[in-house]
Design a binder for this molecule. Sequence first.
Ligand SMILES: [Zn+2]
Length: 286
Amino acid sequence: MRLFEAIVDANHRAVGGDASAGLHPADFAEALPVIALTCIDPRLNALFPNTLALPAEQFIWLRNAGNIITGPLSSTLRSLALACAVKGGKEIAVIGHTDCQVAKTTTMQLLDEFRTLGVERHLLPDNINEFFGMFSSERQNVIKATGIVRSSPLIGPKIPVHGLLIDIETGKLDWLVNGYETWQTLPKLGDAIKGAAPMTEQLGSFTAFNLGEMKFPEAKIGETVTKDEGWLSQKIGQVDAKPHPMSAPASPAAQAPRLPSAPVIPPKIPLPPPIRPKIMPSRGRR
Ligand SMILES: [Zn+2]
């Protein structure tokens, strides 16, 4: 059994009530550390890396809102690539979660929230769903993200790329993409990035470069950056030089002097115990 297969197996046994369910990290030393991309949802704080039964030092954790990958050269993908190249990550897992607020937020709600925050519609890109990588299905989002990571020229074929979904209530993990089964068959880049964010669309001739040689068409990358910067400066130019709303007193309450007080220690709130397969002490290499 390979690392993530053992992780899912131990997780399912723990969810099923098996108190002895666990993992011997020493058995999987060649697959560690792992890199996980998850959502920013704070409810996940208590679940990782416990639910994977991995020691914290073998768990490289990247997070963004919605565990979204917007393109094969996106900022998140560059971090994943560096996590492999600089921190020695051996396997990548995109782990979505149930009840994700990003999936539940409609375009109108998003625009309303931005307006409340002082970000007017005209300052945002035309297609904000595409720009932010909004999605309505957590599962489809993970499958798409896994496909983009898998086909990114920044991630070598030696790195398995998995897709999983975690139940935020129970901590149960479900396979969506078993990276061991697909890592030999690189999907066509064009298929994987279809429908991805605007940046990927600007990589029109991206598929033309030689994936095997891992060389980039430098002019194309430069062009993309220039276009992005052009859009940014255009939008920045539209922002009025208004005083920041927080700098002016908003209400009588805001004007009231702060009372000096002793630091308040919040009461400790008990958390439901997350599903925790055991990390078992080394029993030596098999
Ligand atoms: Zn989420």
